[in-house]
Design a protein around this ligand. Sequence first.
Ligand SMILES: NC(=O)c1ccc[n+]([C@@H]2O[C@H](COP(=O)([O-])OP(=O)(O)OC[C@H]3O[C@@H](n4cnc5c(N)ncnc54)[C@H](OP(=O)(O)O)[C@@H]3O)[C@@H](O)[C@H]2O)c1
Length: 323
Amino acid sequence: MKIIRWGILGLGKIANSFATDLQQVEGSVLYAVASRSQEKADHFGAEYNATQCYNSYEQLVKDPNVDAVYIATPHVRHHQDTLLCLQHKKAVLCEKPFAMNRKQVEEMITTAQANNTLLMEALWTRFMPHYKFVQQELESGRYGTVKTLAADFCFEAEFNPEGRLFNKALGGGSLLDIGIYPIFCALALFGKPDHIEAKAKIGKTGVDEETEMTFKYNSGISAFLSSSILKKTPTTATLVCEKGMLILNSRFHQTDKVTTILEGTKIEHDFAYTGKGYYFEIEHFAELLRQEKKESPLMSYAFSRLLISTLDEVRELINLQYA
Ligand SMILES: NC(=O)c1ccc[n+]([C@@H]2O[C@H](COP(=O)([O-])OP(=O)(O)OC[C@H]3O[C@@H](n4cnc5c(N)ncnc54)[C@H](OP(=O)(O)O)[C@@H]3O)[C@@H](O)[C@H]2O)c1
């Protein structure tokens, strides 16, 4: 098995989770890390056994030993950091949201194609066993038609106008950070909605602190979706169908428990996994790279385009613009 040597750009919270899970993936190693600070890079590199610790993102992408780069910087940097990697022919796994808007995503895809390089959005839920199970259950037809999806992703964040959640210059707000997960659920299971309604609470830093959305489909499905960084909610996803229900238990985007109720019979399904849940996307990406694939069939460009276009549409409805 070809060993995939990974690099990470931006050594914050999620980079730690990713590096932890990477240690469990056979055939993948953390080779290099890059931070804007040498001290931080050295510290992170020592903790996760990286061979190279750089104090600039440019140095990491110039390292010929790096096969794949995981981009873990704030949303507003995803576009520029992805282009930097692709221009150096590094395969890119970029955190969600893929970029700030559709225009940026198009440029990222065009650059990946021009450089014949693999690029994928790191929406980890897509690769997790519980989500795959739910998709298969619905596709089986046993539940009959879906009537509603209700999905919330909310938590109470400490107010910090400088931190990336409330800072508009860093792409702050609930929609792009966590609203993307309920939206992902609706789009992945039902496709593009025929009609979208949305309203938001815009806070004093100018970002959406809460957003509520309704997606309507001509087939009759309604999806009620919400995100908030002001309050804690169960963070579950419930699908009500003609003949039963599927409940993705808390927190639905990474859960190991799904409850199904089909014609009166309730079953608890357990998808226990080790690690934090990033294992599945890492393994998928590494395998694509080994097979010299340039696009993921599971997280395709078409899906990333649909996702970012939907985020753009919701932002227009709630009048949320970023520079
Ligand atoms: N998939 C998931 O479960 C998940 C979970 C959380 C976050 N995310 C995504 O991952 C990305 C990072 O989130 P995070 O929570 O890890 O953020 P974070 O803790 O703030 O880390 C972001 C890192 O980006 C680097 N950076 C570069 N330019 C920066 C700037 N101008 N301001 C601040 N940091 C800058 C910093 O690393 P250096 O100082 O080392 O350069 C920083 O530590 C976000 O896009 C988010 O949506 C995904």
